[in-house]
Design a protein around this ligand. Structure first.
Ligand SMILES: [Zn+2]
Length: 147
């Protein structure tokens, strides 16, 4: 196991601009609604998830990532028309993960003694998820542009 149980996981989010469409221009935009560029510029911010007004997902107000890129693809959306999509390959410090197979939408942090929540394939999940509730537990490592 790596220090901190560090893992590479996929994360898909909303792309307001066309970053990555031109391989020579990977400069993040500064549009306030471009979640992808916000992450690229300032990393992940749990506070933004909480203030987004979005109904919380399976395991509460955290940052979600998966080992399955097609799951991240479900969350990778373009606001502007593009023939490409983009997602992030992240580095997640999983630490000691609390395994769940059923939704627990009220979570705002991992259970005591744990550092993250692991959504396991089974009852309600088709793909695994790791959820962290601390900004410093996840970093964007790679921007992957694909068709
Ligand atoms: Zn952008």
């Amino acid at each position: 196991m790596s220090p901190g149980n560090e893992r590479r996981r996929w994360h898909g989010t909303k792309r307001f601009c066309k970053i990555g469409d031109d391989p020579d221009d990977a400069s993040p935009c500064d549009h306030p609604n471009c979640a992808l560029c916000s992450i690229l510029s300032s990393s992940f911010q749990v506070g933004k998830v909480k203030s987004s007004g979005r109904k919380f997902s399976r395991f509460g107000a955290g940052i979600y990532a998966s080992s399955v890129s097609s799951k991240a693809d479900d969350y990778s959306t373009n606001v502007r028309q593009s023939s490409y999509k983009a997602m992030l390959l992240t580095t997640v410090v999983v630490g000691r993960g609390y395994k769940l197979t059923r939704d627990k939408k009220s979570l705002t942090c991992p259970p005591e003694g744990y550092h993250s929540v692991l959504g396991e394939v089974g009852d309600t999940l088709n793909y695994d998820e790791v959820v962290v509730y601390d900004d410093d537990a996840i970093r964007p490592s790679w921007l992957v542009v694909y068709q």
